[in-house]
Design a protein around this ligand. Structure first.
Ligand SMILES: Cc1cc2nc3c(=O)[nH]c(=O)nc-3n(C[C@H](O)[C@H](O)[C@H](O)COP(=O)(O)O)c2cc1C
Length: 323
């Protein structure tokens, strides 16, 4: 392969990586691609210090991008080997070696996956579907709890409501969130990032109107009622928990979550995060205790089930994320 073709291929792999989820759709990553190596670095200009003070979600997002890149590499005949380097802020290095191409079902799901924040149909999944999800989410030092009993899901709801109430009563949280909301189509397309209103099932409108509507209608009560309804119409809740609370494990958690999400997508199952109880530092230990996790940190909370798709969220072009 000549250098030009190689560079086109590496850029295509980066494009697949950028289709991964990231907290508030910040796309908090930068890529260096050369020869047989791609490095993913956190983009510190895209931190969210209020919702993510220790950069946990930022490194989980890098893990999600890593996982996409690895499946895409294999589809193009490259076996990827990912390693976390703890030096500096922490980066992920992915080396690529020639192998037989395989476009796996998880690769094929990359362009179909989305975080679907709408209502689900309330029907349970089969044992085989739950087994496949659990298997996909298993990782090195990361476990997933799949809660499908109604009593366990109601217990999670209590903590989601406490976390959400705390966040929505925190003006700094609301300001940071608002800065990442893209109220109109124009805003979403122009920035190529952030939380597009349509992707949350809300109507698109100009920013001045969206900000006013948010003040009027985005209340702890209305949001908590929506979470209660949406947990009750989900088939289950997945809680990701890692063995250690460090960046290497946060990246691994992101990889496990992304495999879970791609496996779900390939089975026609949707998912959406409900991270409030793990984001609020004062509630997280109580939530961990209620789940019987002892000293372990619950990393991510995700509901899943079947339901209609919502509009896709935007991505920035590959050129903007290459160093
Ligand atoms: C670490 C992490 C945390 C997230 N937390 C939440 C959350 O608490 N609530 C939510 O609705 N979405 C959450 N998201 C989903 C992102 O907002 C979503 O991935 C992003 O908007 C891009 O949309 P897409 O995944 O549909 O492509 C989270 C994503 C990641 C990777």
């Amino acid at each position: 392969m000549n250098t030009g073709d190689r560079s086109v291929l590496l850029h295509e792999l980066v494009r697949y990586a950028t289709l991964a989820p990231s907290s508030h759709n910040t796309q908090c990553w930068k890529f260096r691609a050369q020869g047989n190596l791609i490095t993913i670095e956190p983009d510190l200009a895209r931190r969210c210090p209020v919702v993510d003070p220790d950069d946990h979600h930022m490194f989980v997002s890098l893990g999600c991008a890593t996982e996409n890149l690895m499946h895409a590499a294999l589809a193009y005949g490259l076996k990827a080997n990912a390693k976390f380097n703890a030096s500096g802020m922490g980066t992920v290095s992915i080396s690529l070696d020639a192998t037989k191409a395989l476009a796996s079902p998880l690769f094929q799901a990359i362009t179909e996956r989305q975080c679907t924040r709408g209502d689900y149909d309330g029907k349970p999944l089969s044992m085989e579907e739950l087994r496949l999800l659990e298997q996909a989410a298993r990782g090195n030092g990361v476990a997933v709890l799949l809660l499908t009993e109604r009593s366990a899901m109601e217990k999670v709801l209590e903590y989601v409501v406490s976390g959400n109430t705390a966040q929505m009563n925190d003006p700094a949280f609301v300001e940071e969130l608002k800065a990442w909301i893209r109220f109109s189509n124009d805003e979403a397309v122009r920035t190529g990032d952030g939380l597009f209103s349509g992707s949350s099932g809300n109507p698109a409108m100009p920013r001045w109107l969206g900000s006013r509507m948010m003040r009027l209608f985005f209340t702890p009560k209305s949001e908590n009622e929506r979470y209660a309804r949406q947990i009750r119409n989900s088939a289950g809740i997945a809680v990701f928990v890692s063995d250690a609370n460090d960046k290497a494990h946060w990246v691994e958690t992101g990889r496990c979550y992304e495999r879970f999400a791609l496996q779900a997508t390939s089975l026609g199952i949707r998912n959406a995060f409900l991270n409030q109880a793990v984001e609020v530092g004062s509630i997280r230990p109580q939530f961990a205790a209620a789940l019987g996790l002892g000293h372990l940190r619950p990393d991510l909370v995700v509901r899943f089930g079947r339901g209609p798709a919502l509009p896709w969220s935007m991505r920035r072009p590959v050129q903007s994320v290459l160093v």
